[in-house]
Design a protein around this ligand. Structure first.
Ligand SMILES: Cc1cc2nc3c(=O)[nH]c(=O)nc-3n(C[C@H](O)[C@H](O)[C@H](O)COP(=O)(O)OP(=O)(O)OC[C@H]3O[C@@H](n4cnc5c(N)ncnc54)[C@H](O)[C@@H]3O)c2cc1C
Length: 422
């Protein structure tokens, strides 16, 4: 679908593909085995200028369709290695809070270094007891003179220990309902800030995922995101709206990469005197895989374009592309393993890694179940726009039953009719 992309989009694709094919693909198996951060790959990505892609031009970034270009780059890197895809994309996750909610000073201080690939960033929201229900976090940030003091733990910080900058979300006002949480920018090496458990993972093994511990960590008040406490949850959720197309792009890249390997293999492997690609059952599998990958890609690009144009329906589109693309990645990578037969199950060959790397995309940055909750909530809101159809299209007896029983307040609100039941 090259023809649907702008010249700028295609330039980013070519630049990312060059790094992916010459540096990432040859090293993917090695770092998957070692489960170590691949600094040589990070350096190649920085040298190619890819870290500039999502940063605004005025802070050393590239400008243009920043989210779409980010997705294109993540897709290309993930096509060669899903771990490297997230190793790259997680820096966008860690820096979106600054782009969305940071003060001018914070933007000037951090974004140029991130764009240059000199500073790596991480995002600390999840805790042992709070994943999907992030608002129930326990990590605390209390004001003390000209600083905030952070105490608590964060679980599963991707890029943790490799990154220099951590956007940490903590409860700064436990009494407040709407402004309980603040985002704080914490630097590696701050006294009391340590990395504990490094996880041993099923997939994306080249990027570290660690526990971050905070014991009386003092950060100056100017490190509160946006300079004002209490907006952390809003910044975290806004960040995820912008970042989810990136996870979805990781999924598209993984699915595309697995599809290509399956195509190559099916064109070579012979059984019953013919290539397995000549069996119609295999052709139909490949046709479905390719169709789903393309559908996922177009939904991801649409969500990314919505982010670049700051459209109102971003939350919904972003959740939709995340759910769809990551479910497609799991299905396509599993089918690719199937097409390799017994060889697909062996660690000697790269295809099984695609399936392992794909699984996490359905879990992090909001599980797919939670994304479906987000989408259905948006749909229920949109139902209000359809309320004029109620009388014409809802069977009369249903309307009578509703009228007799009375409508609960939330249903009435959805259809813009008066509530008749408390
Ligand atoms: C490898 C890895 C990297 C990660 N990186 C980061 C990172 O960099 N920063 C960060 O902050 N976090 C990170 N996370 C955390 C990740 O975002 C959470 O794991 C995820 O949000 C799910 O939270 P949980 O694991 O606590 O699962 P839970 O929230 O406990 O969910 C368990 C199950 O219940 C389901 N469930 C929960 N609530 C609902 C609901 N309302 N409706 C229906 N089903 C529901 C879930 O879908 C899931 O299937 C990472 C996690 C992993 C594994």
């Amino acid at each position: 679908m090259e023809g649907l992309l702008s010249e700028q989009n295609r330039e980013w694709r070519a630049r990312a593909r060059q790094v992916a094919e010459s540096v990432v693909r040859p090293l993917a198996a090695k770092y998957d085995r070692l489960q170590e951060y691949p600094w040589e790959i990070q350096k190649a990505i920085a040298q190619a200028g890819l870290f500039r892609v999502w940063i605004p031009e005025e802070y050393g970034g590239a400008g243009g369709d920043r989210t779409l270009n980010l997705c294109i780059v993540v897709e290309e890197l993930s096509r060669a290695c899903g771990g490297v895809g997230v190793l790259f994309a997680v820096n966008a996750l860690g820096s979106f809070p600054i782009i969305i909610g940071g003060s001018e000073e914070q933007k000037r201080k951090w974004l140029p270094k991130i764009a240059a690939g000199e500073t790596l960033a991480a995002f600390c929201l999840s805790e042992k007891g709070s994943g999907s229900d992030a608002v129930s976090m326990r990590c605390r940030a209390r004001a003390s003179g000209d600083a905030y003091v952070i105490d608590g733990e964060k679980k599963w910080t991707t890029n943790g220990s490799a990154a220099q900058l951590y956007t940490v979300f903590a409860v700064s006002d436990p009494q407040s309902k709407s402004r309980r949480i603040s985002g704080l920018l914490v630097e590696k090496g701050a006294p009391g800030f340590t990395f504990k458990k490094t996880e041993d993972k099923m997939g994306i093994r080249c990027v570290p995922v660690v526990e971050c511990h905070f014991r009386g960590v003092r950060v100056p008040k100017e490190n509160v995101l946006g300079g004002e406490p209490g907006y952390g949850f809003r910044h975290a959720m806004g960040t995820l709206d912008y970042a989810r197309p990136g996870v979805a792009a990781q999924a598209v890249g993984l699915a595309q990469g697995a599809l290509e390997l399956a195509l190559v293999y099916a064109g070579q492997r012979k059984q019953f005197g013919q290539r397995i690609i000549d069996f119609q059952a295999v052709q139909f599998m490949l046709a479905d895989m390719a169709t789903k990958v393309e559908a996922a890609r177009q939904l991801v690009y649409t969500a990314a374009r919505a982010a670049d144009r700051k459209l109102d329906n971003l939350t919904r589109l972003s959740a939709m592309c995340k759910v769809f693309a990551t479910d497609v990645a799991m299905e396509v990578t599993t089918n690719a393993v199937q097409l390799f037969g017994g060889y697909g199950f062996m660690r000697d060959y790269p295809i099984e890694k695609y399936m392992r790397d794909a699984k996490i995309t359905q879990i992090y940055e909001g599980t797919n179940q939670v994304q479906r909750v987000v989408i259905s909530r948006a749909l229920m809101k949109e139902a209000t726009l359809l309320s004029d159809m109620l009388e014409k299209y809802v069977p009369k007896e249903v309307q009578y039953v509703l009228a007799e029983e009375g409508l609960p307040a939330e249903v009435a609100a959805a259809y813009s009719v008066p509530a008749t039941k408390e």
